[in-house]
Design a protein around this ligand. Structure first.
Ligand code: ACO
Length: 428
């Protein structure tokens, strides 16, 4: 029996339907509220607002659960290839051998960039941030593929998906090569997704390049754990932009921009910068914990806290264990890893962090792995974007296939001036 709640607003009593999800999450459907009562809801930062129904990713912040299409993140990270997870997120099920082969070969046929697209990189300053280059080049894809941009045409959407997944590593690697003045390395389609990316990043034409299988394993795992996280800031941006029927490239470019911010995906870069700052400051961890607690000080412990996870972030647990394994195997004694561990220990004992339920998030240890692989700090968030791409695509597709799809257009409570008499410029 479907439930409802009663809302009394002045003289009006409204029966509000309660929508129930498959994991017992309940929501009040307030879509008729304004029509019936004249009221809207106000929830700054959308802390308590469900923007959609979705069947892609389930997470429970209290219990530290994260599942893609019903599969536990721990199982996927341990057993899958990133391309397999892309398929799972976008099409809803794990692929059969045949489906996966077909999907891989569709992606392989699109890994190269149009030669004219390479010219964009000549126009960017050498020190341009790679996230700026990434969003610009992704947005520019809609100028090269104008014949297949219709969000309502399944064939157009399909080829856009293949092009995006195939080209993102190439676009990303080119932005790094540009920043260090090395020649661009063309993709090699015999390699796996992660092998190909590492080769495009680190190979040079004058020397052989050997791909380290441990780097491939670590990168594959990192891409998988970043692949989706339901209605986060960048995914909501992709859905919001896509809701106007903007094409997929335009919507994804907007998602890249949203991810860039240090309170979201940009936190992985900010974490390593913070750890380096602490190391240069004689490793004085306590001082930075005190600064983070001081409300007069704008400083926050980057990589700590999450809007949804209030016990632990299951992705952080997977990444920390992988970090341990990789550093040990490579015999690396990274001082930043020690500082990160100390910071975690101090913060987890501290009443401020405990009472606010602030724990290390996905970004806290990922940077240490990226460093071990040799990825430069400004590229960290670009790797996050490569990982998050299938999630963005899956949500964009889901939104378009929903029978409830409408342009996203929140309301507001106006708090400005009431009507004023206009004063001509000469009298002001
Ligand atoms: N360091 C110090 N204090 C913090 C931190 C932090 N990292 N995070 C939250 N707090 C405090 C706030 O000051 C606030 O304290 P108060 O109640 O005394 O005012 C309380 O904890 C609640 O914080 P909010 O900012 O209200 O939490 P919100 O859910 O809005 O923000 C966020 C979540 C943005 C992740 C926040 O914890 C933060 O800024 N963390 C650091 C940046 C970061 O690591 N971002 C990556 C998140 S994961 C991702 O997007 C991929």
């Amino acid at each position: 029996m479907s439930q409802s709640a009663k809302l009394n607003c002045g003289d009006v009593e409204l029966e509000v339907p309660v929508i129930e999800g498959t994991e017992d999450e309940k929501a009040l459907d307030i879509s008729q509220l304004r029509r019936e009562t004249g009221l809207i809801t106000l929830d700054e930062g959308y802390v308590n607002t469900g923007s959609t129904r979705s069947s892609i990713t389930f997470l429970n912040g209290e219990k530290g659960i994260l599942r893609y299409r019903g599969y536990a993140i721990e199982d996927l990270a341990r057993n899958c290839d990133f391309v397999e997870v892309c398929y799972l997120l976008i099409y809803g099920d794990l692929p059969s051998h045949e489906q996966l082969d077909e999907f891989r070969s569709a992606i392989h046929s699109h890994t190269m960039l149009h030669e004219d697209m390479r010219m964009f990189y000549n126009g960017f300053p050498r020190d341009a941030h790679p996230m700026a280059m990434l969003s610009s080049v992704v947005s520019a894809m809609s100028t090269f593929y104008q014949d297949a941009l219709d969000p309502a045409d399944p064939e157009h959407v399909e080829i856009c998906i293949h092009r995006l997944i195939a080209k993102l590593p190439t676009i990303a690697a080119y932005s790094y090569k540009k920043s260090i003045g090395q020649p661009f390395i063309y993709p090699e389609n015999d390699l796996t997704y992660c092998e190909n990316f590492l080769r495009m990043m680190f190979a040079v034409p004058c020397e052989p390049y050997e791909i380290d299988p441990d780097f491939v394993t670590a990168l594959n795992m990192l891409l998988i754990v970043h692949a989706d996280h339901e209605q986060n800031c960048s995914t909501s941006t992709v859905r919001m932009v896509g809701s106007s029927n903007a094409n997929l490239f335009a919507s994804i470019a907007a998602g890249v921009c949203a991810l860039w911010g240090p309170l979201h995906g940009g936190a992985n870069e900010a974490v390593v910068n913070m750890l380096t700052q602490i190391m240069d400051d004689d490793g004085d961890v306590e001082k930075y914990v005190a600064m983070a607690k001081d409300k007069e000080n704008g400083f926050r412990l980057m990589g700590f806290g999450h809007r949804v996870y209030k016990n632990f972030d299951p992705r952080a647990t997977i990444i920390k264990a992988a970090c341990d394994r990789l550093l040990e195997k490579m015999n690396i004694d990274d001082p930043l890893f020690h500082i990160a561990q100390q910071l975690e220990e101090v913060a987890l004992r501290d009443e401020y962090f405990v009472s606010r339920r602030l724990y290390p998030n996905v970004d806290f240890y990922s940077g240490v792995i990226y460093r071990a692989i040799g990825i430069p700090v400004p590229m960290f968030t670009v790797l996050f974007a490569m990982g998050r791409l299938p999630g963005w695509i899956a949500h964009w597709k889901e939104m378009h296939s929903s029978e409830n799809k409408r342009i996203c257009r929140p309301r507001q409570v106006y708090t400005g001036e009431n009507i004023r008499d206009f004063i001509p410029l000469s009298d002001r």
